[in-house]
Structures are given as structure tokens and as C-alpha cells.
Design a protein around this ligand. Sequence first.
Ligand code: TAP
Length: 451
Amino acid sequence: MLFEVVSPVTEQVIATVDELDPVDTERRIVLAQKGFESWRKVPPGKRAELLRSFARKVEESIEELALIEVKNSGHTISNARWEANNVKDVLYYYAGAVERLSGLQIPVAGGIDVTFKEPIGVVGIIVPWNFPMPIAGWGFAPALAAGCSVVLKPAEITPLTALKIAELAYESGIPENVFQVLTGSGSVVGESIVTNPLVKKIVFTGSTKVGVRIQTLAAQQIKPVTLELGGKSANVVFEDADLEKAAATAPYSVFDNAGQDCCARSRLLVQESVFDTFMEYFEQSVKSVRVENPELESSEMGPLISGSHRQKVDSYVDEENVMFRGHCPTGTGYWYPPTVLRVEDKNSKVLKEEIFGPVVSVQVFRGEEEAILLANDSEYGLSGSIWTSNLGRGIRVAQGIESGNLSINSHSSVRYWTPFGGYKRSGLGRELGPNATDAFCEVKNVFISTD
Ligand code: TAP
């Protein structure tokens, strides 16, 4: 069976891709197990060299990968280049980790203890449609470095860059069956991966609803899971902040990737004393966001991923609450304008649910304590920003907010050198950073008697 892939820019079919069934999936997982048995024995120096070779292949293909993503996902060309570069970067970074993977030697009574870090086995990596390249790379680069084989399932609507990356892996010399892409739906291919006993670890990025389902299924086999789930992050602006800078960058913290970003700061909290001044600056910057054909170098925001997703985003927007809007094209493409809402009801679903589109709601706070209370008034805890010129306040507020990734005077969320993940219903476990390979290793403890 084949399924069609549609471009959100042209609304045209741009590719047809294999739709695997449970039997195909099982067969590919058996091959991945064979791949694992040989890959785990590849000496560390050689494994590192193969990962560097894979990274070089990605590096040579940045433009091609970026253009595929623009067409398949509607990402702007500049973002798509960043995403392809990020895959290259994590491959180089974790190639460097291969030769540093080591256990401990522990003195104990009657002998010594040594610990070995052993690769866990076949790893299933299930990724969403919003950032197909980097999210896949954050899973497969450390997994391969640890000596695991990988079955990667992209979202059915955005499989094209994953398929290209699999080709590059093969051309770079990564042995057959060690890195495979399994295309098809989540309910069929995704669940077959999660429930297959040969798959020893799941890395899932996606909605909290599906994350709960995956954790429940994995629990039947006591299978470890890393979950990277939804978000509803706060952007907190204090009166002592550089208001112009905070307002000029705020649109990119929420409208980047058309708001289809788990780290989007979709709740803007502004201190009452500077509310009017800040909102004036913010309106100017929202209206200047260039929403246009994502292939253009000048484009800052492309369309939403699909017509049905646009309908869902729009269902959250009550015209009475709209403070102002940016511009977007009309006609072909799933366009939606950057939209700013003022919502008074703290229990409104606009403030509670992840809209996953270019929509931000604005709230007012009086002091630090209220800012923290409002920021934490969410079931999610993934990301967020704090704007202040008082570093002590910035740190106090960062300590008070329940979230896995915060930035002070910045909208940065992801740096591959540092751990990334969520509090509360935003996830379980951490990706990236120096310890990411540990999630793909078992620790074996061996006691050696000296008697
Ligand atoms: P989901 O609908 O949850 O889908 C994510 C992936 O899971 C897709 O590949 C999907 O396949 C697959 N899937 C669906 N049902 C499954 C099942 N029963 N068993 C196994 N796999 C299944 O999310 P989405 O709509 O693609 O992505 C948006 C969500 O991802 C948002 O909530 C966003 O916040 C979250 N997200 C989180 C992060 C981090 S790092 N925390 C990053 C990006 C996105 P098909 O789509 O092919 O059916």
C-alpha cells in the first residue's frame, strides 16, 4: 500500500510513500535486531568514524534536506537549513561520545566492582510532524553512538526528510539494518514498534494523549520510554526588562514554525506597570512578521501543516478576544495570521490547551509571586522565558517555574550540548546533553573477588 504526501504550501501531492503493515513492521524489526547484533560489536573507534562519515553526508546534503522540508512541512528555508544542520551537529557531537562511554570501577569489601555500559538493543524512535529532522536526530544520534540499532517512525504526513537521511546513513557506511525508517500510521506501525518485544526502548515525541497510550503499552513489557510531549509555555516580561528587545523577539518565540512548536511561548505574561508600553512595541513587531512563501529567503513564517490543523487552530480564536493580528497570504496554502488574544477567564481552554498554531494569549501580573503562579497554572512544563534586568529576580523566578527549559533574556530553548525535556505532563526523561547516551544503555555490575 502507498500513501500520499501533500505540501502545505501548494496543497498538491508531492510524493507517495510505502504504508507498512504490522507484518512488514515485524520483519523490519527482526532485521534491526540482526543489525544490532553486529553494530554493538563494532569497535568504538570505528563506530565513531562511521558516525562522523554519516555527519559529513548530512553536511553535504543540507540544502537538499532543507528544500525537502520546505516542500513537505512548509518550514521557512532558513529554519529548515538550521534543522538539517542540527542533525549534522548532533551526529558529530555523539560521535565524540562513543569513545567516552565508560563504566565505573568501585572499591568494595572483599574485591572490586566494575560497571559496564551495554547498548540496550533495538530502539524505536517515533517523531511528530512539526520538526521531523532535529527530533529524529536527538534520538538516533545518541542511540547509534551507544551501539543500538534504530527503527525510526516519522509522522505519516512528513516522512520525506527521514527517508533521505536513511539513504545518507547507508551511503556513509552505517551497516545495513542498523538505521531504518518505517513509514506508515501511528496506530499501525507506531503501536507495532512499541509492542514488539525485540524493541527494548522507545523514544516518543508527540502529543501528551498519545504519550500516555505509549507509556501504558510499554509498561506491559517494563520497557523504558523517553517522552517529549506537549507544552504551553510562558513568556514573562517584568517592568525592568529591556522592553524593546523583549517585544522585538517575542513573535519569534511563539510564531516560529507557525507556532507549531512544543516550546512556543504561547502565554505572554506582562507586568501591569509596563503593559501598555510593551504591547505597543509588541504590536509593531507582530505586524512586521513576514508570512510568505517559505522558499523565499525573506520568509519568517510559512503555512500550517494541513487544512484540518488550520481548522483546529481557528476553533480556539474568538474574534471578540483578538487584540491584533499580523498579515498572511490568501489563496492556496494553509495560511494563518499571527494572532494575539486577550483572555480574561483563567480557565479558558485558550490558556489551558496547546493550540499549536500562531496564536498567543496575553495576561497581566502585578509582582513576582503572581508571575510564578500564572506561569505554573498549566498542566505542562516544557519551556519558557523570563525578561528582567535584575539577575537575582531572573534566577528566583526560574527556580519557581515548574519547567524543564527556561531562558533568561532569551527565547532559546534547545542547545544540543544541554539536557532537554519536560516537567509535569510535558514528558519523562531528558534528551541531548552529555548524558543522552545513558538512556540507551543498560548498566551491568560485575564483582571481582580479591580473596
Ligand atoms: P501525535 O499525534 O502524538 O503523533 C506523534 C507521532 O506518534 C507520529 O509519528 C504519530 O504517527 C505517532 N503515533 C500516533 N498514534 C500512535 C500510537 N497509538 N502508537 C504509536 N505511535 C503513534 O503528535 P503530532 O500531532 O504529530 O505532534 C504534535 C505534538 O507533538 C504536540 O503536542 C507537540 O507539543 C508535541 N511535540 C513535543 C516536542 C517535545 S521535544 N516535547 C517536540 C515536538 C512536538 P502518525 O502521525 O503517522 O499517525
